[in-house]
Structures are given as structure tokens and as C-alpha cells.
Design a protein around this ligand. Structure first.
Ligand code: GDP
Ligand code: MG
Length: 431
């Protein structure tokens, strides 16, 4: 789905916010859409917007507006029209037939960017799966499209039989991808088992908020940083020294964005669910964005979809170097009212991250892991540590072994679990 945009496509953007749904955001959405389009390698030649009172089943926007759009396509010589809203397969086809140029919606655009950015085998498979699922109901349209405009990318010669056999082929490919991804899931589970005695922190946030920059600055290691959307698709994990002998395993994750295509969320689910193992989420917010609070809500929503809203969070307001002094004071004032742990930093200013390290460390020092472990009843040293530093919930003896459910500081738990004779049975959570 990417080939035709290697030559910079001239894109016309279309926004059609529903009048009933806070359409004042429409402008920001289109600014973001144009960043997405540029990230995908297109050149934006115009923007058209219409507040609609209901979705036209055929064209999404009104009949009159579609005529107007056709005129604009001509005058701007656009060869690509991108809708901010999701188009049904029928709408996509009707609009494309009407305008005679390639039409895509925001979901397809995001899928396209993901396809270009995927590096690891797993990310590539996840994106391919999402793309194929998106493609299935739209196959007929893609077909006419492929034959007419692109001359095909591996798919050749239209016709009903061909269409049918392609459907079967794609269906089979989807099954294969699912199977392979499941196998990778298992491998991941084993890897995460090996890390379970470490304190895990996940960076989450809107795309471009500065997560990768922060990880790089925190770990003094190279992490890809780009002023583009979605430069990180594969999670990176780095050890970060927090001071006082504490350390954390910090994971960089794919950024969130509004209207993230649901196929994509579904196929990246396992990667994103890696966040579940984190004891703490560091929610990175781009303070230089006027609409940071909307972006924050989007991130909370995606976390909610993934069932991760319960993990404790520290808010990190990043990019404060781009704020005026008064703006920063206002921001701090506004945020402090919320009583949510928050720090204000700039990933680009050396030394400004101590405050973030301290915040993570003090969380680590204050929080306890609630877990069950099994050890030798004769291991007096470990038992003494458990009784001294931990709060025993329950203890049972079984022959030469004892099973203990305990609430215990992170650091102590980490040390104990490193010992060869102690087996972690169950992680009940963080308290
Ligand atoms: P991610 O998508 O959240 O991983 O964001 P990146 O770390 O890739 O950063 C996105 C863009 O923001 C890059 O151009 C960074 O150089 C820039 N950036 C990151 N942190 C800061 C900061 O503290 N101040 C400023 N001014 N720019 C930053
Ligand atoms: Mg990144």
C-alpha cells in the first residue's frame, strides 16, 4: 500500500467534524492530519473542511461539498485526498469514483506510516496483519484502484475470480500471521519472566511527546529520536540508574494518537500489553502543545482500552524549554491542583532529569511489591530479611519448604529473588 507515495503525492486534506461533537477541535485535528500526511511523505496542497450535521452514507460530506472538492482537486492538481474521518468501504469507493484520484482515510494513512516505520520482524507482522484486515472489506475498491492507478503491487489483473482467490489468499495470510505472532508472544512472556525481579517502568504518551528523547537522556544511550510521528514502533528497554543504588528497566513504547485505527491497536495489543508488566507508568506530556490536555485524554483512553488505567502514573511535562516563564508558572499551578505526582522537565537540557529520576526512585522506595514466594524452610537468612523488611500476609510450611505471601519493598524483593533458592510463585501487585 505504500509504493505510490514514494514519489511525493500531492495531498488534499478533508475534515468533516459532526456539528454535534465539539467540532471546534476540527482545526487541530487537521493540523495533526497534515503532520501525518507529511510523515507519510506527501505534500499537502490544500485543506477543505465542512461541519456536517450527519454523515452522508455515500460521500460522508454533502453532495454539494463533494462537487466543490472535485473542483479543488483540479485546481490544486492533487493526486491524493485524505479524509480525517473513517470512511466506510462504500464511501471510499464512491468518493474515489467521483473524484478520479486516490482517496484514503486517517486510518489508512496511519497504517501506511506504521508500515514504513516497522523495523523488527514482529512489528512488521503486526502492521501487515492490521493492513490486511483493513484491506479485506475494501478489496473491490483497491482492485479497481490497483489496476487503474498503480499498475499493481504484486496483485494483478482484476476480475471476480481473481478477487475471490485473493480474498482466500489474504485470509490464509491473516491466519499465518496470527499464528506467528502468537508464537512470538510466548517468547516475550518467557523474556519478561526473566526480568520479573527488576523494577519496570514504561514510558507512555502521545506521539512526539519526547519519550524516546527522555529514555536516551536517562540512559545515556542511543535511542532513535525524530521530529516525526511514530518513529518508535519497537519497544526499547534500557536500564536507568536512579541514584542511591536503585535502578529501573525503562521501556519506550509506541506513541498514542487520536483515532488510532482499531485494527492497529488490536494487532499491537501484545506489544502494548508489555506495559502491563510495568510497576509504574511515566506519562510523558508535551507541554509545548497548546492542546496537551486533549492529548493526555487520548492517552488515558487508549490505556483504558488496554485495561491499563490502574497502574500508578507519574506525569512528566516535557519540553518546558519551549515555554515562557509565565506559561510554566501557570502550568505548574494548574497541574499541582490535581494532586497527581508530576514533574516538569526538558529532555534536551542536561541535568534537568535528576528530578524525574528522584520521582521514580521515591516511588520505588515507597512502594511495596505484594507477592508469594517459596523458599527452603532452613534458609534462615532469607527468612530473617523477609520478616524484618516485609510484612508477612500468610506463611505455610510444606515439608522442607515454606510458602510466604508478603508485602515487601521493591529493592529487597529484587535482591531476594536473585538468590537461586527463592522462587517467585505469584505477583499480586504493587501497594
Ligand atoms: P516520541 O515520539 O515521544 O518518542 O518523541 P521523540 O523523543 O522522538 O521526540 C520528538 C521531537 O521532540 C524530537 O524532535 C525531539 O528532539 C523533540 N523534543 C524531545 N524532547 C524535547 C524537549 O525537552 N524540548 C524540545 N524543545 N524538544 C524536545
Ligand atoms: Mg519515540
Amino acid at each position: 500500500m505504500t509504493k505510490d507515495r514514494e514519489v511525493a503525492a500531492k495531498a488534499l486534506l478533508v475534515g468533516a467534524p459532526l456539528k454535534t461533537s465539539g467540532f471546534s477541535d476540527g482545526k487541530n485535528h487537521l493540523v495533526e492530519l497534515s503532520r501525518l500526511a507529511m510523515t507519510a511523505g506527501a505534500k499537502v496542497v490544500g485543506v477543505v473542511s465542512q461541519n456536517i450535521s450527519k454523515k452522508n452514507p455515500r460521500y460522508l460530506i454533502g453532495k454539494g461539498k463533494i462537487e466543490e472538492l472535485a473542483v479543488t482537486v483540479n485546481s490544486t492538481t492533487a493526486d491524493l485526498v485524505i479524509f480525517d474521518d473513517e470512511l466506510t468501504p462504500l464511501q471510499g469507493k464512491s468518493i474515489e469514483d467521483h473524484l478520479g484520484v486516490r482517496v484514503m482515510d486517517r486510518s489508512e494513512l496511519i497504517l501506511d506510516i506504521f508500515a514504513k516505520r516497522a523495523r523488527s520482524r514482529e512489528a512488521k507482522m503486526q502492521v501487515e496483519l492490521a493492513q490486511l484486515q483493513y484491506l479485506m472489506p475494501r478489496l473491490r475498491r483497491m482492485w479497481t484502484h490497483l489496476s487503474r492507478i498503480r499498475g499493481g503491487i504484486g496483485l494483478r489483473g482484476p476480475g471476480e475470480t481473481q478477487l475471490e482467490s485473493d480474498r482466500r489468499l489474504i485470509g490464509r495470510r491473516i491466519t499465518t500471521l496470527r499464528k506467528r505472532l502468537r508464537a512470538l508472544d510466548k517468547a516475550r512472556l518467557n523474556r519478561s519472566k526473566a526480568r520479573e525481579d527488576e523494577f519496570q517502568v514504561a514510558l507512555v504518551g502521545y506521539t512526539n511527546a519526547g519519550k524516546s528523547s527522555l529514555l536516551r537522556a536517562l540512559s545515556n544511550r542511543d535511542v532513535l529520536v525524530e521530529d516525526r510521528l511514530f518513529s518508535t514502533l519497537d519497544s526499547k528497554i534500557r536500564t536507568v540508574e536512579l541514584g542511591d543504588g536503585f535502578e529501573a528497566m525503562v521501556t519506550d513504547t509506541v506513541g498514542f494518537i487520536r483515532k488510532l485505527p482499531h485494527h492497529l491497536v488490536a494487532s499491537f495489543r501484545s506489544t502494548l500489553e508489555g506495559i502491563r508488566e510495568a510497576a509504574l507508568l511515566v506519562h510523558v506530556i508535551d507541554a509545548s502543545q497548546e492542546e496537551w490536555s486533549n492529548q493526555r485524554v487520548v492517552v488515558e483512553e487508549v490505556l483504558g482500552t488496554l485495561g491499563l488505567e490502574g497502574i500508578p502514573q507519574i506525569l512528566v511535562f516535557n519540553k518546558i524549554d519551549s515555554l515562557q516563564k509565565e506559561e510554566l508558572i501557570d502550568l505548574k499551578h494548574r497541574v499541582r491542583k490535581e494532586k497527581q505526582p508530576a514533574v516538569f522537565v526538558s529532555a534536551l537540557v542536561i541535568g534537568s532529569l535528576e528530578i524525574l529520576k528522584t520521582a521514580i526512585r521515591s516511588y520505588l522506595q515507597q512502594s511495596f511489591r505484594h507477592l508469594s514466594m517459596k523458599l527452603r524452610a532452613s534458609d534462615g537468612q532469607s527468612l530473617a530479611i523477609l520478616h524484618e523488611a516485609g510484612e508477612i500476609v500468610q506463611q505455610e510450611y510444606e515439608g522442607h519448604f515454606t510458602t510466604i505471601e508478603v508485602r515487601i519493598p521493591h529493592k529487597v524483593a529484587g535482591r531476594l529473588l536473585k538468590s537461586a533458592d527463592v522462587v517467585l510463585l505469584k505477583e499480586h501487585g504493587i501497594t
